[in-house]
Ligand binder design. Structure first.
Ligand code: SF4
Length: 456
C-alpha cells in the first residue's frame, strides 16, 4: 500500500450495485411525519441532567489528565468485558420510547463496569457511588430485569483490585417513570436552550468540568432530582467470591488491545496510526468544537432508524473482536449513516467515485460480519425539503469473496505499522483531511494526499 491513497478502489468495488430504496426512505420519513421519533436521550444523560445539558450545548475539551483517565477507563472496560463475557453479550444496546442505553454486559442481568480507586479506602463500600447505582437501576428498568450487577475495577492496583455488588430494584415501574420524567425535562431544556428547571448538579464544587470552564450558570441552589432512585432499590450486596474470581482472571496477562478500535480506523489508516501511537492533546478547558451543521440531521436520522419495531436495528459484535466497535445493522445487514453538507444529493451513478469512503467502510463492516450487502443512508443537511434530504440505498458487493481479504489486509497493515512504529507504508488519507489534521507536521503526507475533494 506504500504511497497509495487510502480510498483507492480495489477488487471489492468491482461489480458493486447501488440500488436506491426509496420505499424504505419513505418509511423513515413517514415515522417522522407521524411524530414517531422523539429526540433520543441516553441513560448516561439521565444520571446527571445538568452536565448532560452542558455536554450537548457547550462541550469543553477535557484536560489531558481527564482524557488520560477516560482513555484508561475505556481500555479497562474493553479488557474486563473480554474476560467476563462473549462478544454478543458486551455493549448491548436497548432502546425504548426514545431512551437508549448501552449496557456494558448483558447476559442474564444488566452488568455495569466502572473503573475507580478501590485500594486504601477505609470502607470499600464507599467506592459504590449513588450515580453508579442510579445508572444500573435505569438499565434494569430499560431491560425489565429487577436484578443487576455492579463491577468495580481499580486498574491502578497490581494485581487489579475488584469489587462486585448485586443490586435488586424493588420497583422497576417507578424507576421507568422517573426515567421518562428526566428524559422529558432534558428534552425540554435542550429545546428551550435553557437548563432552568433541571435538578442541581452533584458535581458543582467537586471538579465539574463545565464549572471550571465557566460555561455553566448553575448557582448550587437548584433542587435535587424529584425521585431519588436510591429509594427504589435494596442496598447493594457485596459478592466477594465473584470479585476474587474476576480479580484472578484479570491478573492473567493479556496482550495489548488491537490497534483497530473503529471501522473508521481501517478507512483512514494513517490517521489511526497516529491516534494510537502518537496522540496529540488539545488545549484543555477551551470550548470544544460545536456540533457541526448536519449533526442535527444525523441525530434525527438515527432516531428515525432506531424508532422502528424491536429488532429492526441491532448492533452485532465483530466475530474476533477486531475492530472493537460493533456493527450497526438494519433489518439484518450492516448500515452506514452519513450526513453531507453538500447542497444537493450526489447522483447515484457518481456516488462510488465521489464518496468511495462510504463504500469502503460499508465493505469493511460487511466483511466483519460475513455479509455481502448492506444499507447506506445519506442525509443532505442543506437540502430544502425532507424528500431531498434523505436517500437510502441497498448496496450489494458484486465480488463478495474480496471482502474478507480487504478486512484482513487493512487490519494487518495497521497492526504492522504500529508494531514497527512507522506509518509510512500506510496509504495517506484523502486530501480533504489534511488541512485540519493535527498530525500533518509529522506525517509527511502532503504530496500524497492531494485529492482536494470536499465531500466526506
Ligand atoms: S497528515 Fe494526512 S495522511 Fe497523515 S494522518 Fe493527517 S490526514 Fe492522514
Amino acid at each position: 500500500m506504500e504511497g497509495s491513497r487510502a480510498l483507492a478502489l480495489g477488487p471489492w468495488a468491482e461489480a458493486l450495485e447501488v440500488v436506491p430504496a426509496p420505499e424504505v426512505a419513505a418509511e423513515l420519513l413517514a415515522r417522522r411525519a407521524e411524530g414517531g421519533s422523539v429526540r433520543s436521550v441516553w441513560v448516561t444523560d439521565l444520571v446527571d441532567l445538568r452536565p448532560a445539558y452542558w455536554r450537548s450545548t457547550a462541550p469543553v475539551t477535557p484536560s489531558p489528565e481527564r482524557r488520560a483517565l477516560m482513555e484508561a477507563g475505556r481500555e479497562t472496560h474493553v479488557r474486563v468485558g473480554h474476560v467476563l463475557a462473549a462478544a454478543r453479550y458486551r455493549e448491548v444496546r436497548l432502546q425504548r420510547e426514545g431512551i437508549t442505553g448501552q449496557i456494558d454486559l448483558f447476559e442474564d442481568r444488566p452488568t455495569e463496569l466502572k473503573t475507580t480507586r478501590l485500594t486504601g479506602l477505609d470502607e470499600p463500600d464507599r467506592a459504590v457511588r449513588s450515580s453508579y447505582l442510579d445508572q444500573l437501576a435505569m438499565y434494569c428498568a430499560l431491560a425489565d430485569r429487577d436484578a443487576g450487577r455492579l463491577v468495580l475495577v481499580d486498574p491502578a492496583a497490581e494485581p487489579p483490585a475488584v469489587a462486585v455488588y448485586d443490586l435488586r430494584v424493588r420497583d422497576l415501574g417507578a424507576v421507568w417513570d422517573a426515567m421518562r420524567e428526566r428524559a422529558g425535562a432534558l428534552r425540554t431544556a435542550l429545546e428551550r436552550r435553557s437548563p432552568a428547571g433541571l435538578p442541581g448538579c452533584p458535581w458543582r464544587g467537586r471538579g465539574c468540568e463545565f464549572e471550571a470552564a465557566e460555561v455553566c450558570d448553575c448557582r448550587g441552589s437548584e433542587p435535587p432530582p424529584a425521585t431519588p432512585l436510591v429509594t427504589l432499590l435494596d442496598p447493594p450486596k457485596a459478592d466477594p467470591g465473584a470479585a476474587s474470581s474476576l480479580a484472578a482472571r484479570l491478573a492473567t496477562p493479556t496482550g495489548p488491545l488491537p490497534p483497530a478500535r473503529r471501522f473508521r480506523d481501517l478507512v483512514y489508516l494513517r490517521r489511526a496510526y497516529f491516534e494510537r501511537v502518537e496522540p496529540v492533546d488539545e488545549p484543555a478547558g477551551a470550548p470544544a468544537a460545536r456540533p457541526a451543521p448536519g449533526d442535527d440531521l444525523y441525530r434525527t436520522l438515527s432516531d428515525l432508524l432506531e424508532s422502528g419495531p424491536t429488532g429492526e436495528m441491532t448492533r452485532e459484535p465483530t466475530e474476533d473482536g477486531e475492530p472493537l466497535e460493533s456493527v450497526a445493522c438494519f433489518r439484518g445487514d450492516p448500515l452506514l449513516l452519513r450526513v453531507s453538507k453538500a447542497w444537493s444529493a450526489t447522483p447515484r451513478d457518481d456516488l462510488l467515485k465521489g464518496q468511495p469512503q462510504y463504500f469502503l467502510e460499508l465493505a469493511l463492516r460487511c466483511a466483519a460480519l460475513g455479509r455481502t450487502a448492506g444499507w447506506l443512508v445519506l442525509g443532505y443537511a442543506r437540502a430544502a425539503s425532507w424528500e431531498e434530504k434523505v436517500y437510502l440505498y441497498r448496496v450489494r458487493f458484486g465480488r463478495p469473496e474480496t471482502l474478507a481479504p480487504l478486512l484482513d489486509e487493512r487490519l494487518r497493515a495497521l497492526r504492522d505499522a504500529v508494531e514497527r512504529r512507522s506509518p509510512y507504508d500506510l496509504p495517506a488519507c484523502p486530501g480533504w483531511m489534511y488541512e485540519s489534521c493535527p498530525y500533518r507536521s509529522r506525517c509527511e503526507c502532503a504530496g500524497l494526499a492531494s485529492d482536494g475533494r470536499s465531500n466526506r
